[in-house]
Design a protein around this ligand. Structure first.
Ligand code: FES
Length: 150
């Protein structure tokens, strides 16, 4: 039977095959690189931040389907939001994907990102899902060195 999980899976596959906001952002005033040493995957996040609002975001890099889908969905979710809102969304996202089996989570500020909630059942994939977020956070705080998921 076709259920919600199939739909979620389709959305994740779609984002990984046709990542949104993929490419370099010439007008970026913040950028950072994220690296997962376990697999060697790496991506770069570009942000345009103006008056503490992320007015534009793009990313490039190589990664598995989950890391690419997560990066793509993240860019859609954070564009137009304040730095404070984005930090709070990241905290909710991190809690969602690292929660223990059966534990509840607050999805009120997650939007479509909730689709990735199943990642918590696969500990090896948590770093895939958070790679772009760590890079984005480093870019927001203007860190120059690459951030690692380890
Ligand atoms: Fe490398 Fe997922 S396997 S980021």
């Amino acid at each position: 039977m076709y259920d919600l999980r199939d739909l979620y899976q389709e959305i994740v596959v779609d984002h990984s095959r046709r990542p949104r906001n993929f490419g370099e952002l010439e007008e970026a005033n913040r950028t950072a690189e994220g690296f997962n040493p376990l697999c060697g995957d790496q991506l770069t996040i570009y942000l345009k931040v103006s008056d503490r609002v992320v007015t534009d975001v793009k990313f490039v890099g190589t990664g598995c389907a989950i890391s690419k889908a997560s990066a793509s969905m993240m860019t859609e979710e954070i564009k137009g939001k304040t730095v404070e809102d984005i930090e709070s969304i990241f905290e909710s996202f991190r809690r969602m994907v690292t929660r223990k089996h059966g534990e509840d989570f607050d999805s009120s500020d997650l939007g479509d990102l909730e689709i990735l909630s199943g990642v918590s059942e696969y500990p090896a994939r948590i770093k895939c899902a958070t790679l772009s977020w760590h890079a984005m956070q480093a870019a927001l705080s203007d860190k120059r060195e690459a951030v690692s998921t380890e």
